[in-house]
Structure formats: structure tokens, C-alpha cells
Design a protein around this ligand. Structure first.
Ligand code: ADP
Ligand code: MG
Length: 480
């Protein structure tokens, strides 16, 4: 497959639904809270009772504008809502209120590693309810489905990209950056597993150098970044195989099955819905003044790209900056540590070293530990004041995360403070030198790389507490 891959260019465009984090629904006062008892947030409006009218939630529009600005979009002075008709049991009205030809955001982009990926549009719409099918959730063997309408009417922003991505890695990076952005500006919690962010991937292939795009397939049901990449890789191979065998890719919607690791046809173009869009008669077109847009712009927090750049300006590598930004709670923690005046370099060494390793091992976030920014800063200051060595710092940071204790308290309790007294260190150095005659001889015969061995021995004797500079100096002096 690898060599065949070289013959083709891959084209990918993503449609991403982001659930907006408002307290109430887009057209009804019902709560949007996740995980409530089924069918408890369902007013007459959500149920689509005759005679009720939708009332647009202003906060939804604010979040739509904010997201558009973060994605470098134009916010047209006017947008409108449309009805998209289809029948499904999770859609009480028999239509979804969405935006068709006049969306709230148009013509933006986001950057992945310096490459701009165009964003065609982003539009507001309402989510549908949830169906629990027979066989799922303990209903095995039953012959019915249950409907939970709590989610119906939850605000969504559908963000549609241009077909600008050329590999599954780029698609993944786009999705990750989009998630970073909506999380940092606080409009969506970006949880793919829980479905607060959902992605449909459009994929096609064409011979390298071709001008015209191939026919695309749309892949639904990808709910993690790794599944997105796997689904795209599978789909590329599937399409190449069809074309190589002289066939034609058909335009269709396919479902990704992450267990079977394959896509399966869901519906072809023939069964494509005719949604019979028309302007929603119960809602006025929405006029968005420039003042409104500018006021929202003023509330925008630092975007992930800006944060990465700021970190790099502090001397972090691009990799370190990206890793920290990728984990929002960690970035917030790091920002607080910086604000408290810690030296960035030492703070990063702890965060990217012991702290990151521990979080990864325990599969938790920094906020799940008992380490506070204040306590990390205190630890760093102990190192800078040479009260403890860097090594001791590395030893106690894990305990600080587990127990929430201050570094100074641990150092005091366990007697970990650095031995700086030259006389005391000299005694230990002499002892080590006396106990290792063969190595001393080798060292004196030119094998100077043995210095590290001696330092190690001294550190072992002192449980890492000896001041490293003093140890080095004394060893050189004594070994001659
Ligand atoms: P629809 O309304 O049927 O979903 P759109 O034209 O809005 O179709 O496109 C949906 C998505 O498909 C967009 O993200 C777009 O970038 C992408 N797309 C369009 N054509 C192609 C293609 N030939 N290959 C891959 N992606 C495509
Ligand atoms: Mg589509």
C-alpha cells in the first residue's frame, strides 16, 4: 500500500460540531446540564408542542461570535435561521432549526504548524435528543428504543473547514487545535468521548498533480483523535484499492467502527436527504452590530497559538510549549507559577519531567493532585537558595503532589537540606577516595571520566544532599 500511496494525493475537509457551554438551551429556558435524570429538561418548546415559539438565547450568539473571531472569521452584519426538515424519533418538531445560506461566521482559518487551514463557515443550530437502542445500556434482548430529550435544543456550532488538509496527521492537528481554541475561549469543553465535540471527516483521493478533487466519502462516528486518524488511514486505503482496481469511489456516508477498525456504508447519495430548507418563520433574521462584535473581541482570552508563542519567548522549546498548551489545566497551572515569579526554566523542568510523568502514569490532570502553584514556587526557591539540591527537589515533588505538603516541611522533617559545609563534604570525599583505590589509580593515569563515578559515590553517601559544585571542586583537588 505504501508505494501506491505515493501515486495519490489525499484531500480532507472536516465538519465539527461543538456543543456550546451555555446554561440554557438555544431556544428554550431548559437547563443544558449533562448527566441529569432522563427527560427532566424538556419544556413545551423542547418537546415541540404546537403553538410554542423559539426565543433565541443571546449567550449562544455571543459564543458563536467569540468562536468566529478566534477562528479569524468574518461575522456578517446579518445572519438568519432556517428549518432543516427530516424525520427521526429524537427530533420532536420534525425539523431542526439551523442556519443555511446566511451563517453567523464565514471565511476564517486556523493554523497548524504554520499552515493555514481555511474555515468555510460556522453556523448555529440545535442538537437532537438521544436514542438508547435496544441492546445497549442493559436493554439487551429488548425490542424497543428509548428517547431522552434532555439534549434536544442544546446549542451547537458547526464548524466547516475547506478541503485543505492533505493527511490524517493534518486532520488530527486541525481537530486538536480547534479543540484547544474552543476550550481556551471557554465556549465548549471539547470532550470527544462524551460527544461535546463531534467530527465528520470528508475524504477523497486524486492522482498526484491532478487539478480536480476526487469523489468524497463522509465518515461519521469518530470519537477520539486517534480514531479520527485511524478512520482516515483506513478510508484512504479503501479508496485507493477501489481506484486501482478500476472502480469508482461513490459519494456516500460511512460509519467508522473503531473496534472492527473499518468504515461501513451507512447511506449512499441516492438516499441523501432532501432537507427542504426554508427560512425559519418564527425567528427574525439576526442583525449583529459592529459594536457587538468589538465588545466580544475585547473579552477574548489568550488563544493557544499566542500562549505557545509566549512560552517560546520565555525560552521553552516548541515541543515543550505545545505539550503544556495541549493540557489546559497544566497551562493554567504554569501561568500561575510564572505569575508568582518562578524562574521559567526550572519550573518547566519540573513540569515536563517529574510532574508530566506522574500525571501520565496516573492518567490524571494537575488539578487532580494536591500540588499548588505556590508550593511548586516555594520548592523552586529552595533550590535557587541552595537549601536543597535539584535532585532532592525531584525526589520530593511526587510526595508534594500526593500529600499537598510544602517542600520546606518535607525537607525539615526528613533532614534533606543540602550539606554545604566544606569540612563535612571533604571528610566524605576523602572516605570515598580511600575506599576506591583502583579507580583512583585509573583516574590519575588519565581516565578522568571516572570523576562522575566519584561524584556518584559521594552523592550516595550523602543521600544526594551534598552541594554538587563543592563535591566536584573537592574531588578534583584531592584526586589531583
Ligand atoms: P455538504 O453540505 O454535503 O456536507 P459541503 O460542500 O458543505 O457538503 O462540504 C462538506 C465538507 O466536505 C467540507 O468540510 C469540505 O471541505 C469537504 N469537502 C468537499 N469536497 C471534498 C472533497 N472532494 N474531498 C474531501 N473533502 C471535501
Ligand atoms: Mg455535511
Amino acid at each position: 500500500m505504501e508505494s501506491l500511496r505515493d501515486k495519490y494525493e489525499v484531500v480532507i475537509g472536516l465538519e465539527v460540531h461543538a456543543q456550546l457551554k451555555t446554561k440554557s438551551k438555544i431556544f428554550a429556558p431548559d437547563s443544558t446540564e449533562f448527566g441529569s435524570e432522563q427527560n427532566t429538561h424538556i419544556s413545551a418548546i423542547t418537546l415541540g408542542m404546537p403553538g410554542v415559539l423559539p426565543v433565541l438565547n443571546k449567550e449562544v450568539v455571543n459564543m458563536g461570535i467569540l468562536t468566529g473571531l478566534a477562528l479569524n472569521c468574518t461575522i456578517p452584519p446579518r445572519c438568519k435561521f432556517d428549518r432543516k426538515q427530516y424525520f427521526y424519533p429524537d427530533l420532536p418538531k420534525g425539523y431542526q432549526i439551523s442556519q443555511y445560506d446566511e451563517p453567523i461566521c464565514v471565511n476564517g482559518y486556523l493554523e497548524i504548524k504554520g499552515k493555514k487551514i481555511g474555515i468555510t463557515r460556522a453556523h448555529l443550530e440545535e442538537d437532537a435528543g438521544k436514542l438508547v437502542h435496544a441492546g445497549a445500556a442493559g436493554l439487551a434482548g429488548s425490542s424497543y428504543s428509548l428517547v431522552d430529550l434532555n439534549r434536544a435544543g442544546t446549542p451547537l456550532l458547526e464548524i466547516v473547514s475547506e478541503p485543505d488538509m492533505r493527511s490524517s496527521e493534518e486532520a488530527r492537528m486541525y481537530m486538536e487545535e480547534l479543540r484547544n481554541i474552543v476550550r481556551y475561549i471557554g465556549v465548549c469543553d471539547g470532550n470527544l468521548e462524551e460527544g461535546s465535540m463531534r467530527c465528520d471527516a470528508n475524504i477523497s483521493i486524486m492522482p498526484k498533480g491532478a487539478k480536480e478533487f476526487g469523489t468524497r466519502a463522509e465518515i461519521k462516528n469518530v470519537n477520539s483523535f486517534s480514531a479520527l486518524q485511524r478512520a482516515i488511514e483506513y478510508e484512504i486505503d479503501r479508496q485507493i484499492e477501489i481506484v486501482e482496481e478500476g472502480g469508482k469511489v461513490v459519494q456516500e456516508t460511512r460509519l467508522w467502527d473503531d473496534n472492527a477498525r473499518e468504515t461501513r456504508s451507512m447511506r449512499g447519495k441516492e438516499d441523501a436527504h432532501d432537507y427542504r430548507y426554508f427560512p425559519e418563520p418564527d425567528l427574525m433574521p439576526l442583525e449583529i452590530s459592529r459594536e457587538w462584535v468589538e465588545n466580544i473581541r475585547k473579552t477574548m482570552s489568550e488563544l493557544p497559538g499566542q500562549k505557545r508563542e509566549r512560552y517560546m519567548g520565555l525560552g521553552l522549546s516548541e515541543y515543550d510549549a505545545s505539550v503544556i498548551v495541549e493540557q489546559m489545566p497544566l497551562a493554567m497551572f504554569f501561568d500561575k507559577v510564572l505569575e508568582l515569579g518562578a524562574t521559567p526554566k526550572i519550573a518547566v523542568n519540573f513540569i515536563m519531567g517529574e510532574i508530566a510523568a506522574y500525571l501520565k502514569e496516573e492518567k490524571i490532570e494537575i488539578t487532580d493532585t494536591k500540588l499548588t502553584p505556590e508550593n511548586l514556587v516555594e520548592l523552586i526557591q529552595l533550590i535557587e537558595k541552595a537549601v536543597i539540591s535539584n535532585n532532592i527537589g525531584k525526589q520530593i515533588i511526587i510526595d508534594m503532589m500526593k500529600d499537598g505538603e510544602k517542600a520546606s516541611a518535607i525537607v525539615e522533617k526528613r533532614g534533606l537540606s543540602q550539606i554545604t559545609d566544606e569540612g563535612a563534604i571533604k571528610e566524605i570525599v576523602q572516605k570515598v577516595v580511600d575506599a576506591n583505590a583502583p579507580q583512583v589509580e585509573a583516574y590519575r593515569n588519565g581516565k578522568t571520566q571516572l570523576l562522575g563515578f566519584f561524584v556518584g559515590q559521594v552523592m550516595k553517601e550523602t543521600k544526594g544532599r551534598a552541594n554538587p559544585q563543592t563535591v566536584n571542586a573537592l574531588l578534583k583537588e584531592i584526586l589531583g
